[in-house]
Design a protein around this ligand. Structure first.
Ligand code: COA
Length: 450
């Protein structure tokens, strides 16, 4: 084995450890669009799910089947009909949906049964259990359109799903539900996944979709300057949703986003939209710091927001002890009053317990993150990271390519979060003039574009 391999593998594997510990025992609902299977991604997704499950995560997998049902309809010479972004399930479509679901279940169960030596599935023993966990009701007639056998989730058998997960099995759900009269209803994969995630109060809901996530400027075309927004606070996601046209198809930005917002409002703290086209996207989203798609996160427990003039006192109180011990450079009240709109803060019950400021240098397409502080009693709970993410979002919105920090003591914290050290000469000219060469702060930069 080459020494280079040891040097890369060992630190890499260790860097994943915190995420493995964090997710052990948690429940994830993963919704896989039928398109993922139609485009041949099933086996790699199954391998990743088996790996995630082996690391102690309880997985509920919901599969979609839109293209497969349409294929069956085409084969029967029957037209696929939609209204309000939902399929109208007549007798023929219900038949097609049942056939497609049956076939997909077999394919998925077969994929989870693989175990050939020298493949990622070697030694994986994944039990997949499906069942009648969903009770449905008819959509009925909406605006004069009769949806026939299309249904909505009425109830989720939470106890049944939990018991199955406790057996160590993975729960597999098709977008079908049954009524107390024994009728079958065709549901949407998105609604099943969202309802199940809320009913279970799952830790994550992940949509594996045909879109890469939500872009920073969602209505503008994809470009280097318009990357995927990796983290959307619930309030921002709701605002965005209100500004978007009602979605008609899965590739519309609002389509998966509406379900993420619903799940978050229903108590699922994190919901994700990630692309199935990227190999290993599930692993990248769950076990890598920045992730790959968009995560909608509920921050209702505390409020993360931009500071106003009323917050100056609170900010001063928070940073003062760190100015005294030399961790932070001294800032006067006047200075903070002048720059208060540059600050983002986390507030809980009227007390500010984290802050950071962003000073842009647009001519150099960069910005300085300054005065990053979390109050000592709440350090180590991820608030530092939340405020960093907010500053990154603000910087991206300003069109900056990077952010930098000057630090004398907190190098490792920044390095762990993707910052790399550069020479002080790297600083924008305007900042270099103010650089205190005696303090000998180290400069760390984080690139913001993928
Ligand atoms: C640095 C700071 C903002 C981090 O805030 P936080 O909310 O504790 O950070 P998070 O919860 O997101 O991360 C905690 C992790 O960072 C580590 N950490 C905290 N301070 C660190 C430091 N100075 N150097 C390296 N790692 C540090 C913790 O050990 C913890 O690691 P773990 O997850 O492996 O247990 C906070 O410790 C702080 O306010 N420090 C004093 C002010 C300061 O140094 N600001 C930076 C000026 S440039």
């Amino acid at each position: 084995m080459s020494a280079v391999f040891n040097f890369t593998f060992v630190p890499w594997f260790r860097s994943v450890a915190p995420y493995i510990h964090m997710h052990r025992g948690k429940t994830f609902v993963v919704a896989m669009a039928g398109e993922a299977i139609a485009t041949g991604k099933l086996h790699s997704i199954v391998q990743d799910l088996a790996l995630i499950q082996s690391m102690g995560v309880k997985v509920v997998l919901v599969h979609g089947f839109r293209p497969q049902v349409n294929e069956q309809l085409r084969a029967k010479g029957h037209e696929a009909r939609y209204s309000h972004g939902m399929r109208i399930t007549d007798e023929v479509a219900l038949d097609c949906a049942q056939e497609a679901a049956g076939q997909l279940r077999y394919e998925i169960e077969a994929a989870f049964s693989q175990g050939l030596p020298n493949t990622p599935m070697a030694g994986a023993t994944v039990r997949v259990i499906s069942g009648n966990f969903i009770t449905a009701r008819p959509v009925g007639v909406v605006d004069g359109v009769d949806f026939q056998h299309s249904g909505l989730v009425r109830k989720v058998d939470v106890a049944g799903i939990l018991r199955t997960l406790d057996l160590g099995a993975m729960v597999l759900l098709s977008p079908f539900g049954f009524s107390p009269t024994g009728e079958a209803f065709n549901l949407t994969m998105e609604e099943v996944a969202t309802s199940v995630a809320i009913a279970l109060q799952a830790d994550k809901l992940v949509f594996l979709t045909e879109i890469p996530g939500v872009r920073v400027k969602p209505l503008e075309p994809e470009s280097e300057d318009n990357p995927i927004d990796t983290e959307l606070p619930l309030a921002a996601a709701e605002q965005l949703l209100a500004s978007l046209p009602s979605p008609q198809q899965p590739t519309d930005t609002a389509f998966y986003l509406q379900h993420c917002v619903k799940a978050c409002k229903g108590g699922v703290e994190r919901s994700h939209i990630i692309p199935f086209a990227t190999d290993g996207s599930l692993l990248l989203e769950v076990y890598v710091h920045d992730g790959i798609g968009t995560m909608v996160i509920d921050e209702k427990l505390e409020s993360l927001r931009e500071a106003t003039a009323d917050d100056v006192g609170g900010i001063l109180q928070l940073i003062e002890p760190f100015e005294k011990d030399g961790t932070l450079v001294k800032r006067s009240r006047t200075e903070i009053e002048r720059d208060v709109s540059n600050y983002s803060i986390i507030e809980h019950d009227g007390v500010i317990f984290a802050c950071a400021a962003l000073y842009p240098y647009p001519e150099a397409r960069t910005g300085e993150m300054a005065a990053l502080t979390v109050s000592p009693q709440s350090q180590g709970q991820g608030d530092g990271e939340k405020i960093l993410k907010r500053v990154e979002q603000r910087a991206r919105a300003m069109g900056l390519d990077s952010i930098f920090v000057l630090t004398t003591r907190t190098m490792h914290w920044f390095q762990k979060r993707g910052f790399v050290q550069v020479d002080a000469e790297w600083l924008p000219e305007a900042r270099k003039k103010k650089y205190n060469w005696d303090r000998r702060s180290m400069v760390f930069v984080k690139k913001l574009l993928p």
